[in-house]
Design a protein around this ligand. Structure first.
Ligand code: EPZ
Length: 422
């Protein structure tokens, strides 16, 4: 195990480049299963989650060539043979369940381990399974596995989601592209990563319209061909660094960041007293005056992203006043609170509501990372705290933040990776 040691009190200044979006790259890599031949994906972030999915695709018979530093992944599916995503793979990364739709569409059968819950919630996949059944799949749950069959192929249908689900929309979109006839996904998730997946599927020969809205229409086609595609930038990584700059009163240009993917988050940052300027190269972030209190309620896109809730909470710990944060998407996404309290934050939690009373400063401490975004919020707290903060179990961070030590150091942060207790 490794830890981060962060020395607080340094203003972040300079330029930092945003990597490709993890939550776009993952579904897009599973889309490779829908075509025969070699797909080329560029601007793929060099992350553990990407490596984990690459191992699963290789297990299924694909040839996966990752060139991390070049941010390129080639997936050749001509050797594809297996249709089972075993528990060992899926338990390591829930997004592995996204192989279900493409495998069912391509081969008419799939056996995928149920992902199970994770730290932030139960995260069921009932919407995925209900939708696939609507497309004609026979679904059986046995020994912790999803057994899905569609011997006669899938048929277009109208699928109504009970709630917006990113993974559910992505799995259903991929299942529908080779189905016979028209599929409509009503109540679909609208995240930029969902829209990006549709862009890649259309590049492969699919016929999808409406992605990015709450009604997505997919006209089934006979076959798809492999794409060559560069992934969009990661809006959550960008948002995390924007919060870091705001916390330290810094001034940084985030190259590649896209304002059109970050509307509601930027609105709240501006309300908190942060200056945001869109430039041809990306987004320039600075904060000179006080941090102001802001009320936040997380929601499916285009609402305030749940993946930015922990990072925003850290910022609001130093606001001049009281903020209320409501976590409406996941049922257990306040695990960073106890760790922030150990650094002197004043936060009280009742159910899905956290009330943050701003304090003059945080003090460095040893804190424990519990999930990807909570861990990032603790690194951010360390950047603003007095003294040293040691963040334990940073394997969580390595799943979703490429080169976070070199990126933060390049804009002045004092952060280093040290060996932790076994
Ligand atoms: C995606 O997860 C992201 N992961 C998550 O990012 C993100 O937090 C989440 O979307 C919400 O934006 C990837 O894209 C790989 P959902 P996903 O299905 O698809 C409930 C990160 O930090 N639900 O939109 O799993 C579910 O329990 C990760 O990068 C059902 O009830 O999220 C949750 O409460 C964390 N039944 C809500 O919907 C279902 O069948 C939203 O989940 C599916 C979901």
């Amino acid at each position: 195990m490794e830890n981060f040691v962060v020395e607080g009190g340094v203003r972040l200044e300079g330029t930092l480049t945003v990597s490709g979006a993890k939550n776009a790259a993952l579904p897009i890599m599973t889309a490779a299963l829908l075509a025969d031949g070699e797909c080329v994906f560029r601007n793929v972030p060099d992350l553990n989650d990407i490596a984990t999915l690459g191992k699963l695709l290789s297990h299924l018979g694909c040839t996966v060539k990752r060139d991390g530093p070049a941010h390129r992944v080639r997936v050749d599916t001509s050797g594809l043979g297996d249709v089972e995503a075993p528990y060992d793979h899926v338990k390591r990364m829930r997004a592995s369940v996204l192989v279900l739709g493409p495998m069912l569409a391509r081969f008419g059968r799939a056996r995928v381990s149920l992902p199970g819950g994770c730290a932030i919630g139960a995260r069921p996949v009932d919407q995925h399974l209900k939708g696939l059944a609507k497309l004609g799949a026979e679904i059986e749950l046995a020994e912790g596995y999803i057994e899905a069959r569609a011997p006669g192929g899938l048929w277009g249908a109208e699928v109504h989601f009970d709630l917006p689900t990113v993974g559910g929309t992505e799995n259903l979109m991929m299942a529908a592209v080779l189905a016979s006839g028209r599929t409509m996904l009503v109540g679909a998730a609208r995240e930029p990563e969902v829209e990006e997946l549709a862009t890649v599927l259309n590049k492969m020969g699919a016929n999808i319209s409406g992605a990015g809205t709450d009604v997505v229409t997919i006209e089934g086609v006979k076959e798809l061909h492999p794409p060559d595609h560069a992934i969009i930038p990661d809006r959550i990584e960008a948002g995390t660094y924007m919060a870091a700059v705001a916390l330290t009163g810094g001034d940084v240009l985030l190259k590649g960041a896209r304002v059109d993917h970050m509307g509601s988050f930027i609105d709240r940052l501006v309300e908190a007293g942060v200056t945001i300027d869109a430039t041809a190269e990306g987004i320039r972030v600075k904060r000179e005056g006080d941090i102001l209190p802001v009320d936040i309620r997380t929601a499916p896109y285009p609402g305030f992203p749940t993946d930015m809730q922990a990072q925003m909470m850290t910022l609001l710990c130093l606001a001049r006043g009281r903020s209320v944060i409501e976590e409406k998407v996941f049922e257990n996404r306040f695990m960073h609170v106890a760790e922030l309290q150990r650094m002197g934050a004043k936060i009280s939690v009742r159910g899905s509501l956290a009330t943050v009373t701003g304090v003059d400063g945080l003090s460095g401490a040893k804190v424990m990372a519990t999930d990807l975004r909570a861990s990032a919020s603790l690194v951010l707290a360390g950047l603003a705290a007095s003294g040293l903060t040691e963040v334990l179990r940073i394997y969580h961070i390595d799943r979703g933040y490429e080169d976070i030590v070199s990126k933060l150091s390049s804009v002045g942060a004092r952060i280093k990776r040290v060996p932790g207790m076994a």
